[in-house]
Design a binder for this molecule. Structure first.
Ligand code: URA
Length: 236
């Protein structure tokens, strides 16, 4: 697919330069596309098929962005950035015009690993139940975690929107457990424990696929995924 855009739009999406600064760079003759000087801001190019230089600096054009966020409590998995507490408002300014969306929802009070991307196919690959990509959560509930819950999770809990796929519940301490799901229904873990009269007090996602939340990614921190992490997250 061609992605034809004006050069000032391409540069503003790929760098921190404002439109005004880009106009100045063009008039100073500092923008090169395919090694040819660009003379006008109105020039259009297929951003998938160009080399771009600003002065001597080669700009690596990225169409797809993959970010990892350690989601804090109080933020909502919405693309509506008018809402002050959208997770997208945690991203640095340069990502704000890239049509990013959270790949999978976490509740407002859930913390942990969240992927933000503009690659719909990639999001589908890690979210669709038939892709079997696992999600691991640390959970704290208000009553002791029991082996009856464990057996029920493994058989498949019946919720009002259907029977859940078998899930793994590893009991950690009296009130804490690790839950492994391969699907993502609305409030799924809360509703699964709700079937046993238990209330979820803390919920933290620590892993998708084979990618664990990196230890040095503090709550609220966001950065781009490495190539290797991108592969790990899609592993079954
Ligand atoms: N299950 C829930 O109940 N909430 C989440 O945020 C994720 C899984």
């Amino acid at each position: 697919m061609n992605i034809i855009k004006r050069i000032d739009r391409i540069i503003s999406e790929q760098t921190n330069y404002s439109r005004k600064e880009i106009k100045k760079l063009i008039s100073r003759g500092l923008i090169y596309v395919n090694n040819k000087q660009v003379k006008k801001t109105e020039c259009k190019f297929d951003e998938k098929d160009i080399s771009l230089k600003i002065g001597a600096e080669e700009i690596d054009i990225k169409n797809h962005i993959y970010l990892i966020l350690n989601k804090p409590k109080g933020f909502v998995s919405t693309t509506d950035v008018i809402k002050e507490n959208s997770v997208l408002n945690l991203l640095p300014e340069r990502y704000k015009k890239r049509n990013l969306f959270p790949a999978g929802r976490l509740d407002k009070d859930t913390t942990g690993l969240m992927i933000i991307t503009n690659d719909g196919q990639f999001a589908h690959n890690i979210l669709a139940p038939n892709k079997h990509v696992k999600k691991v959560y640390e959970v704290k509930i208000d009553i002791p975690v029991s082996s009856i819950m464990k057996e029920g999770f493994e058989k498949g809990i019946k919720l009002n929107d259907g029977v859940c796929k078998p899930a793994i519940l590893n009991i950690k301490e009296k009130y804490t457990a690790e839950v492994i799901l391969s699907e993502g229904r609305y409030h799924q873990i809360k509703r699964m424990f709700g079937c046993y009269g238990a209330k979820v007090i803390e919920l933290n996602r620590i892993c998708i696929g084979n990618l664990y939340l990196p230890e040095n990614l503090k709550i609220g921190d966001v950065r781009e995924l490495t190539e290797n992490e991108l592969l790990m997250i899609q592993e079954k």
